[in-house]
Design a binder for this molecule. Structure first.
Ligand code: MLT
Ligand code: ZN
Length: 480
């Protein structure tokens, strides 16, 4: 087990941070010790809370000298335990929460420069105030921080049109494990000057350095949203519908989310305020959103006509178009509360997979078949960002299983077998076992099993080149 920080090291860290710059009492550090899904519980002697980049540099320098592990911590919304220290007490937590300044909004240049500790919601608000838009949307945007969304290359509900976080990054500022600062906080659209080093930190989950600032691309503020819910027979129908909508509306299509009936039922049973959009149940819904600049006349009508024609032709079962902001909000409320509804239905076995669109339906059919042999009574709740090929293919315990019961433990004990079956199938079909939630601590073995060995070898070499003493977020992404 690694050594606990010495009294002298802790004193040096406090000195680097200044008054109010750290937490150390058991009660104060407690919220930093457990991950969002409560899969991991660690311990730490100190939570550093730097308010400036210079303080981050000083903290990292002390940790480098003392060989102390550093666990960067943003909004603690990781699904893979990426921001939780281990149980040794040898790692310090580095909270970015006080590093939360918007540095510059350039409306003419469509860019936003900001500190890593700004929440995603605050960053969106800063863009909105300049009549611009930061087009990354997540259910957890109120707490997720920019540094975390960069470090995990977050996805969300508008990837279909705007791509993942990586695609929104123009510049980056990173404190390296040796205490130097990589200052690539440029706002340039064109910059072909050798290796694009900053890309390595996007998705690295804090294992190569601490992201302290970024310059992000903004887009035009949308004039209007057109949002609809289509009732479909299954995922194949949904994917086919998406194709026809994209043919008709091109890049205006920015969201296409899939909610199967079981997810709707869990939400209706477990949460207040969930709508029943149709007068009878359907196998699944597709939540579709188009965004148009200015007040482009007729788009809503044209979209309504397309859905009407789809229903008449029997290619979908029904559809509603939101006629107001509150109606739109209630459709999104339903989609965004599926994870919470599933949590209320008991502990789940989660998968965050992506497949080529053309193989999604085959994946679901084959996975259901395989799982019927492994966990026959489990409830499969496969929902998500189908527009970009990403499905949260989660399993809930059989109906009636109580939290904490022996039956729940029996169900959870199937996780290794279930994960292997799902991820092997994903690999066979050319997909990814981690579409948007990253690796963290949870999926290190999966990365070793499914990643191309050459890529894995390069990752290990990059880690050693950047962080030879292994102090940055030890044990996350790669085994220590
Ligand atoms: C979502 O899309 O709702 C999130 O990624 C959460 C989840 O996987 O459950
Ligand atoms: Zn998601």
């Amino acid at each position: 087990m690694a050594a606990q920080p010495s009294t002298a090291a802790l004193a040096a860290l406090k000195d680097a941070l200044g008054p109010g710059g750290w937490l150390e009492s058991a009660a104060d550090v407690e919220p930093f010790l457990t991950d969002f899904r409560r899969l991991y519980h660690g311990t730490t002697a100190l939570v550093a809370r730097p308010a400036t980049v210079a303080q981050v540099v000083r903290v990292v320098a002390v940790c480098a000298r003392e060989r102390l592990g550093i666990v960067p911590h943003g909004g603690n919304t990781s699904y893979c335990g990426g921001a939780t220290p281990d149980a040794s007490g040898a790692e310090i937590v580095l909270s970015l929460a006080r590093l939360n300044r918007v540095r510059d909004v350039d409306a003419g240049g469509f860019t936003l420069s900001l500190d890593a500790g700004c929440t995603l919601a605050a960053a969106q608000a800063a863009a909105r105030a300049a009549n611009r838009r930061l087009p990354l949307s997540l259910g957890s945007e109120g707490s997720a921080q920019i540094g975390g969304t960069l470090s995990t290359n977050a996805g969300g509900t508008a990837v279909l049109r705007f791509g993942m976080m990586r695609e929104l990054v123009l510049g980056l500022e990173v404190v390296l494990p040796d205490g130097r600062v990589l200052d690539q906080l440029k706002s340039l659209r064109k910059d072909n000057t050798g290796y694009d080093v900053k890309q390595l930190f996007l998705g690295a989950e804090g294992t190569l350095g601490v992201i302290t600032g970024a310059c992000l691309k903004l887009s035009a503020a949308p004039g209007d949203y057109v949002t609809a819910l289509a009732a479909v027979g299954g995922i194949g129908e949904a994917v086919a519908l998406l194709g026809r909508i994209r043919d008709a509306f091109g890049d205006a299509v920015e969201g296409f989310e899939y909610v199967p009936r079981i997810a709707h039922e869990l939400a209706l049973a477990g949460l207040p305020g969930i709508v029943r959009p149709f007068d009878r149940p359907h196998p699944a819904f597709a939540l579709i959103e188009l965004a148009v600049p200015g007040a482009e006349p007729g788009v809503g009508d044209r979209f309504g006509e397309l859905l009407g024609a789809e229903a008449t032709a029997g290619r979908i079962r029904d559809a509603v178009v939101a006629r107001s902001g509150p109606q739109r909000d209630s459709l999104w409320y339903l989609r965004e509360h599926v994870p919470e509804a599933q949590t209320r239905a008991g502990a789940s076995i989660k998968h965050d997979v992506s497949l080529p669109l053309a193989r999604l339906a085959e994946f679901v059919a084959r996975a259901e078949q395989v799982l019927a042999g492994i966990a026959p009574a489990a409830r499969i709740v496969g929902y998500g960002h189908v527009g970009d090929g990403n499905l949260h293919f989660n399993l809930s315990p059989p109906a009636g299983v109580l939290r904490g019961s022996a039956a729940e433990r029996e169900f959870l004990a199937l996780a290794p077998q279930v994960n292997r079956a799902v991820h092997d199938l994903v690999a066979e079909l050319g997909g990814s076992f981690s579409a948007e939630h990253g690796i963290g601590r949870l999926k290190v073995a999966e990365l070793e099993r499914y990643e191309d060995p050459v890529a894995l070898d390069l990752m290990r070499r990059i880690k050693v080149a950047f962080d030879p003493h292994g102090i940055m977020n030890p044990g996350k992404v790669l085994r220590r």
